[in-house]
Design a protein around this ligand. Structure first.
Ligand code: HEC
Length: 122
């Protein structure tokens, strides 16, 4: 009985580890850079309905809420469909209301990390 209990505890802890979506060091840095440079426009709008729809407090989140009209999440960090090349192109060239982000602001390696964070397996 005691062995069974130990087995169950070990199994539960192994399953817990497998399920925890831990970020790699690159993704952790990507999240930090995202929070500094992207979050002010692409953050989650407190009090918005349907994840920010109907509010215009944050330019990125509100523009994407209008653009996709509920078909995709307006909060960038909730998206699972973003391709690395698309993120890179938008960040370096801008897109409508989104300004260009220079390499002196977000370096290539920091942009790689943002992309690793936004496209992480979920
Ligand atoms: C000054 C505000 C602002 C900042 C800062 C900003 N964005 Fe944006 N972003 C926008 C807006 C507005 C749009 C919507 C453009 C449109 O109408 O298609 C957008 C769109 C995007 C899109 C395209 C999404 C889609 O589905 O078309 C991506 C990707 C993106 N931003 C990534 C980023 C990343 C990564 C950063 C940080 C390096 C960032 N943005 C910083 C305002 C911003």
């Amino acid at each position: 009985m005691k062995q069974l209990t130990i087995f169950c505890v070990v199994l539960a802890s192994l399953l817990g580890t497998a399920q925890a979506q831990e970020l790699s060091p690159a993704q952790v840095n990507g999240k930090a850079v995202f929070d500094k440079w992207c979050e002010p426009c692409h953050g989650r709008v407190a009090g918005g309905v349907f994840g920010g729809l109907g509010t215009n407090a944050l330019p990125g989140t509100s523009a994407l809420a209008v653009k996709y009209n509920g078909d995709l999440p307006p909060v960038l960090e909730d998206r699972t469909d973003l391709a690395p090349i698309y993120i890179r192109t938008v960040v370096r060239n801008g897109l409508f209301g989104m300004p260009i982000t220079r390499k002196t602001e977000v370096s290539e390696s920091d942009l790689d990390d943002i992309i690793a964070y936004l496209t992480r397996a979920r």
